[in-house]
Design a protein around this ligand. Structure first.
Ligand SMILES: *Cc1c(COP(=O)(O)O)cnc(C)c1O
Length: 389
């Protein structure tokens, strides 16, 4: 009961930054002008159009700089899902005859998994590689799955549920010699970890603005120069014909600004969040028994903590936390009375008495040590109560 008193009723603690982040005030400030005063269509040749065009050019440079790309290799999209779709469907549409096999993993985001399912319905074959208990894809398994028909390998850089970071460069190494395209969904890592397209040795990389303090409905696909890619929507010739439609100028400006901010703040934010996350992890392990920390022990996003509590429902924990003003997310959703474990947790083969009790805490710029101490106290109380039911 005492733990409850620690939290001010009016304060909310947001620990769900892997779901989405608040828009940074600096990002919002940069965007505002482009809704009203600078409303021109970047395709117009007059000064209104030129202003909007210049803003997009600037955002393209900011976005390219974050990931070590050339500005001409950035295609702005309507978010991470669209970038993933363009990467897979676009590569499939541009594939040479006979190249009709894809390799991915069992723990990808649905933006990749369901696009693969769709491609299967169109005659492509797909390998969904298993992961080990840390959520890591074995590069050797990738190598062995490659055939003469393999067109593309899509492996996410960092997992959104457990934070595990993939050994991408190793995976890519195996494929590059065979002329196979490599795509990575870097939606969770861009702006959070150093992400360099050459270090990762990828041809295609997806990112999303709202996962790192930019606006929702904005994203980008990096397309390495020379990568065969066909459009998946048809219309005008915006974004080199790869993403038709009048550009979302305020959104693109916001995404660019978010990239610039991330590049500037990343080195110290990464260390700060890692320290905060490890602190929360330590408090939870100290205060609560029968817990499992998920993901790779060190190849893991610095701000993500996925933890499984034995004998409780993660869904119930998240609801109880919410009643105390704390926002987190569960790894299992209650649909029509039965607890459905996510495909990611299922792939990890977490013991049955733990998996349903999985909760993800994902930290961000606004979180403080005090908030995490309060969260750990309240959490311990909630788990104790739920276990005694
Ligand atoms: C959020 C997310 C997406 C989807 O991005 P949107 O911009 O929300 O469409 C794709 N992949 C991963 C790993 C994500 O976390």
């Amino acid at each position: 009961m005492e733990a409850k008193l620690d939290v001010h009723k009016t304060e909310t603690i947001y620990l769900d930054h892997s779901a989405t982040t608040p828009v940074d005030p600096e990002v919002l400030g940069a965007m505002m002008r482009y809704f009203a005063n600078h409303f021109g269509n970047p395709g117009s040749i007059h000064q209104f159009g030129r202003l909007a065009r210049a803003a997009i050019d600037n955002a393209r440079e900011q976005t390219a700089a974050l990931i070590g790309a050339a500005p001409g290799e950035i295609v702005f999209t309507g978010g991470g899902t669209e970038a993933d779709n363009l990467a897979l469907l676009g590569a499939a549409a541009a594939a040479k005859p006979g190249k009709n096999h894809l390799i991915t993993s069992a723990v990808e985001h649905y933006a990749v998994l369901n696009t693969c399912k769709y491609l299967e319905s169109k005659g492509f074959s797909v390998n969904y590689l298993p992961v080990d208990g840390t959520g890591t894809v074995d590069p050797d398994k990738v190598r062995r799955a490659i055939t003469d028909r393999t067109l593309l390998i899509s492996i996410m850089h960092a997992n959104n549920e457990i934070g595990t970071v993939a050994p991408l460069a190793e995976i890519a190494g195996a494929a590059r010699q065979r002329g196979i395209l490599i795509h990575t969904d870097a939606v969770q890592s861009a702006g959070k970890l150093p992400v360099g397209v050459d270090d990762l040795a990828v041809d295609l990389l997806s990112l999303s603005g709202h996962k790192f303090y930019g606006p929702k409905g904005t994203g980008a696909l990096y397309v390495r120069r020379g990568t065969p890619l066909a459009p998946i929507m048809f219309g005008g010739h915006q974004e080199s014909g790869l993403r038709t439609g009048t550009e979302n100028v305020p959104g693109i400006v916001g995404l660019g600004k978010a990239c610039e901010l991330a590049a500037r703040e990343l080195p110290w934010q990464m260390d700060r969040l890692l320290e905060l996350r490890n602190r929360l992890e330590k408090l939870i392990v100290e205060k609560i028994d029968a817990v499992r920390i998920n993901g790779h022990p060190f190849r893991r996003l610095p701000h993500v903590l996925s933890v499984s509590f034995r004998g409780v429902s993660g869904d119930a924990v998240v609801r109880e936390l919410d009643r105390q003003g704390i926002a987190a997310s569960a790894g299992a959703a209650c649909t029509s009375g039965t607890l459905q474990i996510s495909h990611v947790l299922a792939a990890l083969r977490i013991p049955e008495d733990y998996a349903p009790g999985t909760v993800r805490f994902s930290l961000g710029k606004g979180n403080t040590e005090e908030q995490l101490a309060g969260t750990a106290n309240i959490l311990a109380e909630i788990i104790r109560r739920l276990r005694n039911k």
